[in-house]
Design a protein around this ligand. Structure first.
Ligand SMILES: *[C@@H]1O[C@H](CO)[C@@H](O)[C@H](O)[C@H]1NC(C)=O
Ligand SMILES: *[C@@H]1O[C@H](CO)[C@@H](O)[C@H](O)[C@H]1NC(C)=O
Ligand SMILES: *[C@@H]1O[C@H](CO)[C@@H](O)[C@H](O)[C@H]1NC(C)=O
Length: 199
């Protein structure tokens, strides 16, 4: 006597197994996605943002080699967050031409950046390109109108909401900068943002 209802139940279950599986699948994806998004927000709530203000290699048009040149740059770093402080270990800056490091220098020693504030990183580098082949490439780029440099900034940072987070994040920012034949930054690169990587 118990058997007919059983088949009825089996029949309703069999009526839409594909739909059920699909619904479960979509719900699972949604929930997992939401959790990942919240985790990501929690871990990366307040990236500092970098912006190029100026860059120059004075006398690039008169140099006949890249030794003891002075590279000057001004990059600003902004803490966009309304409530979070950022602590930076020293920030190291290096200037690259392609894969060649042209100059490197510590820019700032450790400091705390208040919410909604901007700090100027400006520096004069003593640049050197020891490699003649690279120097020829720079000269070729110059005759074509644009030399591409990049400024790479590296630090370890921590965040403070109510108390300092114990977790250190390794931070990298890379600013690509186009320089004209006269050694001055091209207007197209001014106020460009620099992609930031936190891990
Ligand atoms: C600032 O931080 C809070 C909490 O840490 C976060 O909810 C908010 O999205 C952050 N704002 C920005 C602009 O990063
Ligand atoms: C770089 O700066 C130093 C010190 O200010 C100066 O003596 C030197 O002539 C500069 N080099 C160039 C290539 O402008
Ligand atoms: C660096 O850029 C900022 C923002 O544009 C500006 O306020 C500051 O005066 C600049 N510093 C130098 C030395 O050019």
């Amino acid at each position: 006597m118990a058997e007919p209802p059983k088949t009825a139940v089996q029949q309703t279950q069999q009526s839409s197994p594909a739909k059920l599986i699909l619904a479960n699948f979509l719900t699972t994806i949604f929930v997992v996605g939401l959790i990942l998004f919240l985790l990501w927000l929690g871990l990366h709530p307040h990236f500092p943002s970098f912006q190029i203000q100026s860059f120059s290699v004075p006398g690039l048009d008169q140099l006949n080699g890249f030794r003891n040149v002075n590279i000057t740059f001004n990059v600003t770093v902004r803490n966009p967050n309304r409530s979070t402080w950022i602590h930076y270990e020293s920030i190291d800056g290096s200037v690259y031409y392609k894969d060649q490091k042209v100059g490197v220098k510590p820019l700032l020693y450790s400091f705390n950046q208040p919410p909604k504030s901007t700090t100027i990183l400006q520096q004069v580098f003593g640049g050197t390109v020891a490699n003649n082949h690279r120097w020829m490439e720079i000269m070729n780029d110059r005759t074509e109108g644009t030399v591409k440099f990049s400024v790479r900034l590296a630090s370890f940072i921590r965040f403070k909401k109510s108390i300092w987070d114990r977790r250190h994040h390794r931070m990298h920012a890379e600013c690509d900068i186009d320089v004209g034949p006269d050694g001055l930054i091209l207007p197209s690169s001014v106020h460009d943002g620099c992609p930031v990587n936190l891990s």
